[in-house]
Design a binder for this molecule. Structure first.
Ligand SMILES: Nc1nc2c(c(=O)[nH]1)N(C=O)[C@@H](CNc1ccc(C(=O)N[C@@H](CCC(=O)O)C(=O)O)cc1)CN2
Ligand SMILES: Nc1nc2c(ncn2[C@@H]2O[C@H](COP(=O)(O)OP(=O)(O)OP(=O)(O)O)[C@@H](O)[C@H]2O)c(=O)[nH]1
Length: 453
């Protein structure tokens, strides 16, 4: 018998209501020991809510609402009891210790969701979506994660995996039961089916780039001559109400990036402190650091000063960034734009008239960048986006194996020579949904959850 686990599922700190959650065979029995209401919880129908008091002996602990949910149609597929008590830091903690005293065990990080996985209610990538929903800091990432909650990514993965499995079943027919009259696929049919599965895998894999941009933001540098308003722009963008500023560790190295949520797109402005200090002298714009930053950037925001003539500082910077995806942000445009700046911009795409002072142009900037990076509506066509690095790597592995199998066939080898590659691809795809991953990886994933989830 699984032990019954309990945890506080709401955030600690001030708040109206807190939830203490319990899951396992004894959940209802344990709750009954400390609940005082009109009926016994063990007599309650599933998915019903009951008013009463949690009591420690004769002492009332709190006035509560208790939800009783019986297996199997629950979050964990086990009996679940949720005690809704008053918020603040004490009620929930007192109730949790009463539950422990009466036979429950403290839940490990992510253990409720892990049970949902182990009991087969959700697969591994749905569980990972749960954590992404909780941790997402932008509306965009949140939407992508919520879409993954319903199992639509799993469906796509399983469809490809099933296709590969039927190909390997076909190989069995050829090698094991040649005399039974089962009609194996012709070499051409086999090849064409495999091409189709490769294309599906590739299509999914190719969304990972967009997924990375949704998760981490577009690698962006802001350049411009001294005094053009770079610091002011950053302050405006990171200080504006909908913008979110966080420090994220760069995935490859420890670059500190400032994440700025513009609404449709997130920018990862790298090393902004560096921009603020090293660019204050025009000579320094060409130094290695800036060059390197600019060369690694996916987007350059090139700030121009609407009130000053274009000078060699501007042209020097322009040469440095030439060829990069660039937004020309004409700042200080609230009183009109200088002719020389107008001329400079005349043959450029992606010019935005901006004023940090009047806070105008932010929406245009958001829309322009969204357009440049094809980050329109995420929900269009219900397309899946790979937002998880683990999924991306698994898909890359699957793709490699399928391509290797195709190569074998193209080299004129018989189809049963593709067996190992097909098996590999099946296993890689199974890793995404958790069908073929080790316990260690599963543990690692759930340990990144918080307690109570
Ligand atoms: N109070 C409370 N709110 C919550 C949760 C919770 O556990 N408790 N959730 C937890 O994170 C989220 C909702 N997610 C949930 C997902 C599945 C099931 C569930 O019981 N599924 C069953 C029954 C489905 C049905 O009958 O429609 C199942 O799939 O079999 C419950 C919550 C967000 N809000
Ligand atoms: N009129 C006007 N002034 C602005 C605008 N944006 C910034 N400024 C002013 O321009 C001056 C320079 O702004 P900063 O943000 O320090 O410029 P910077 O590019 O970071 O300057 P350096 O650090 O020297 O490279 C400040 O006095 C700002 O108040 C704007 O939209 N209109």
């Amino acid at each position: 018998m699984q032990k019954t686990i309990a945890a506080i599922s709401t955030a600690q700190g001030p708040g109206g209501i807190a939830i203490v959650r319990m899951s396992g065979d004894n959940a209802i029995e344990i709750a009954d020991k400390i609940f005082n209401g009109r009926i016994k919880l063990s007599d309650a129908k599933t998915h019903t809510v009951h008013h009463g008091f949690i009591c420690d002996g004769t002492q009332k602990t709190d006035e509560v609402l208790v939800t009783v949910m019986r297996a199997p149609n629950t979050y964990t597929k086990e009996d679940v009891v949720e005690i809704n008590c008053h918020g603040g830091s004490v009620s929930a903690r007192k109730i949790l210790s009463l539950l422990i005293k009466n036979g429950a065990s403290y839940a490990d990080r992510g253990e409720f969701t892990k049970r949902a996985f182990l009991n087969g209610r959700i697969d591994l990538c749905e569980a990972e979506a749960v954590i992404d929903v909780i941790n997402s800091k932008t509306g965009r990432l949140h939407t992508a994660a919520v879409n993954q909650l319903g199992g639509s990514l799993s469906e796509k993965i399983n469809e490809i995996r099933d296709g590969l499995l039927s190909l390997s079943a076909n190989l069995d027919v050829i090698s094991d039961f040649p005399e039974e009259g089962l009609e194996p696929l012709s070499d051409e049919e086999y090849y064409n089916l495999l091409v189709r599965l490769r294309d599906k895998t590739k299509k999914l894999y190719d969304t990972a780039d967009k997924g990375r941009i949704i998760r981490n933001g577009i690698k962006t540098v802001i350049v411009g001559k001294p005094n053009v308003g770079k610091s002011s722009l950053l302050n405006l963008l990171s200080g504006s109400e909908r913008a979110i500023v966080t420090d994220v560790e760069g995935t490859t190295r420890d670059i500190i990036e400032e994440q700025i949520d513009l609404g449709s797109v997130t920018l990862a402005v790298s090393d902004t402190a560096g921009i603020r200090t090293t660019d204050d002298k025009v000579e320094k714009i060409g130094v290695e650091m800036s060059k390197k930053r600019a060369s690694e950037a996916e987007l350059v925001i090139f700030m121009l000063d609407a009130m000053r003539e274009i000078d060699e500082n501007d042209t020097e910077i322009f040469e440095l960034i030439n060829g990069k995806k660039t937004v020309f942000l004409v700042n200080k445009s609230e009183n009109g734009i200088n002719d020389s700046v107008k001329n400079f911009c005349a043959d450029k795409e992606n010019v935005i008239e901006f004023s940090v002072k009047n806070e105008t142009g932010v929406d245009a900037l958001n829309e322009k960048i969204a357009q440049m990076f094809d980050m329109g509506e995420i929900s269009d066509g219900g397309g899946e986006t790979i937002i998880n690095e683990r999924h991306k790597e698994a898909l890359a592995g699957a793709l490699e194996s399928i391509n290797s199998a195709l190569k074998t066939l193209e080299d004129g080898m018989p189809s049963d020579m593709t067996f190992v590659d097909i098996e590999n691809a099946v296993s890689k795809l199974g890793a995404v949904t958790g069908m073929s991953v080790g316990e260690e990886i599963v543990d690692r994933i759930f340990h990144s959850f918080c307690v109570g989830k």
